[in-house]
Design a binder for this molecule. Structure first.
Ligand code: SAH
Length: 220
């Protein structure tokens, strides 16, 4: 896998650093996590391409740059407890596990949770917990979270996720319907007040659940 290590260095240099992601801890995390282990065999040779890739169960692994932008926007510190909604392949959760105290990642498709769990175990990433279920409800028993990343596009920020955000916590999520969404960041100022910033236009698979879209279409 010497080749993958070289491709990974190039990915971080060309797709992450050169495009302005400025956090050296994040560069190190992305240099460390073997992305090729998070994609199906048939697309392994494309693991370090500058694009999302198809994974199992008709889902996608996000483009490396988008993973980096979202994690950078969430400003994760070593003592943070992080929630990810939409664990998918587990790649973003694995990167965040190198930056945070613990990552709780929820995924609604059982095939994907099993694969992600196996990957964490094989790589020795023991500060990641993968949960099966509707992540639009958050993970109440593990709340509050210092950072929440939602890796699928929904009609709005699910109220349970707002509630499970710690004071000072950051939530990053694509909001909007159809093909394109706006990546937004919500910072919790105090019990009642949240600050919203729109970051950039993005394309994600739909967030499906009680506080997302209904299964099979884009109607909330
Ligand atoms: N973070 C992933 C990208 C995941 S793609 C990675 O690094 O590879 C988005 C994922 O969100 C899909 O796997 C999809 O099944 C999942 N998803 C969609 N709605 C969800 C919900 N309500 N709860 C949990 N997972 C959800």
């Amino acid at each position: 896998m010497a080749d993958c290590a070289r491709l990974r260095q190039m990915m971080v240099e060309q797709q992450i650093i050169r495009r302005g992601v400025g956090d050296p801890r994040l560069w190190a995390a992305m240099r460390a996590v073997p992305r090729e282990r998070f994609v199906p065999e048939d697309v392994r040779s494309l693991a370090y391409e500058d694009r999302p890739l198809p994974v199992e169960a008709g889902q996608t692994i996000s483009q490396p740059y988008i993973v980096a932008r979202m994690i950078e926007a969430a400003a994760i510190s070593p003592e943070d407890r992080v929630l990810e909604v939409g664990a998918g392949s587990g790649y973003a959760a694995a990167v965040m596990s190198r930056l945070a105290a613990h990552v709780f990642a929820v995924e609604r498709i059982a095939e994907l949770t099993a694969l992600a769990e196996g990957r964490m175990k094989a790589l020795g990433y023991d500060n990641v917990s993968i949960g099966l279920g509707d992540g639009t409800a958050g993970w109440a028993e593990k709340a509050p979270f210092d950072a929440i990343l939602v890796a699928a596009g929904g009609p709005g920020v699910p109220p349970p996720l707002r509630e499970q955000l710690a004071i000072g916590g950051r939530l990053v999520m694509p909001v909007g319907d159809g093909g394109e969404q706006q990546l937004v960041r919500l910072i919790r100022k105090d019990e009642e007040e949240f600050d919203l910033t729109v970051l950039e236009a993005v394309r994600f698979v739909p967030l499906i659940g009680a506080h997302g879209w209904k299964d099979g279409n884009a109607d909330p």
